[in-house]
Design a protein around this ligand. Sequence first.
Ligand SMILES: Cc1cc2nc3c(=O)[nH]c(=O)nc-3n(C[C@H](O)[C@H](O)[C@H](O)COP(=O)(O)OP(=O)(O)OC[C@H]3O[C@@H](n4cnc5c(N)ncnc54)[C@H](O)[C@@H]3O)c2cc1C
Length: 268
Amino acid sequence: MDLLNIKTYLRPHDVQTISNWGEGWAWLAGGTWIFSEPQPHLKVLVDIQCLDWSEIEVQEDNLVIGATCPLIKLLHYPWPSEWTAVEGFKSAISALAASLKVINMATVGGNICLALSVGTIAPIMVALNATYEIWNLNRESRQVAAKEFQLGSRQTILQPSEILRRVLIPVENLKWQVNYQRFGIAASDPALAIAVSACNPDNLQLRCAIAASVPAPRLLELKTDVETLHPRFLQDIDFIDNAKASATYRREVTQVLIRRSLQQLKVF
Ligand SMILES: Cc1cc2nc3c(=O)[nH]c(=O)nc-3n(C[C@H](O)[C@H](O)[C@H](O)COP(=O)(O)OP(=O)(O)OC[C@H]3O[C@@H](n4cnc5c(N)ncnc54)[C@H](O)[C@@H]3O)c2cc1C
């Protein structure tokens, strides 16, 4: 949709040339969310598409994914076959309750920074122990664990003018077994619960990221899958309670998805 309140559109070749960031400014990536609904608080859009941050490459021991990498590129990239965890990305993107048009344009950074509770990319990044590199306009950068990035629905640790530059995933973790499970009332509805299980086949360490049923992705580290049968499993977690589903329902569905995703891992 047209955003008639936008007075300025910038398309810098270096974000650090921007010096006067103020109220009503926003980064524009794929634009699939920004242009999908009125944004009355916005006055300036800073388009980051021409920064050429769409790389997929290995640096030192990490797979690096640039923030403006379109989701579709993760689906079609010729991944090494030993990176079994890549199936997790593919399931996450295929599960996106959006049209192919959105998947073609939407970016990894846009999906992570939008920070919807139903965000599809964040839980896989949390399960794989990814790190996010964040830049500010003073040429400083910091890294934060994916599990610390999102604070709630549409809330992150980003300060005004900070930008997500890239995602780093340890290459070793890409050899983990991963399974992504999602449940929504209908396939095209936003998810009510997401569970992503991951297992390191070398030490059989189990982790599970849950999302959609909670405001921000949450990492559970499990000693064994038997833990999921305990009557108090998930009892200490606050689940979303709204008109779409009660907290009790979301807890039960999340538990089912966790068990299902653990059963699908090829290590048992
Ligand atoms: C009909 C529809 C259904 C959808 N359903 C789902 C769903 O089920 N699950 C799901 O996960 N998503 C869903 N989405 C959201 C979709 O995935 C997002 O539109 C998309 O991920 C946003 O990516 P984008 O690159 O287009 O970001 P934009 O729309 O350009 O930006 C989104 C937000 O992120 C900020 N931003 C973007 N890049 C950065 C960056 N590098 N650093 C800091 N801030 C940044 C922008 O300022 C803006 O606030 C849906 C969207 C639509 C329109």
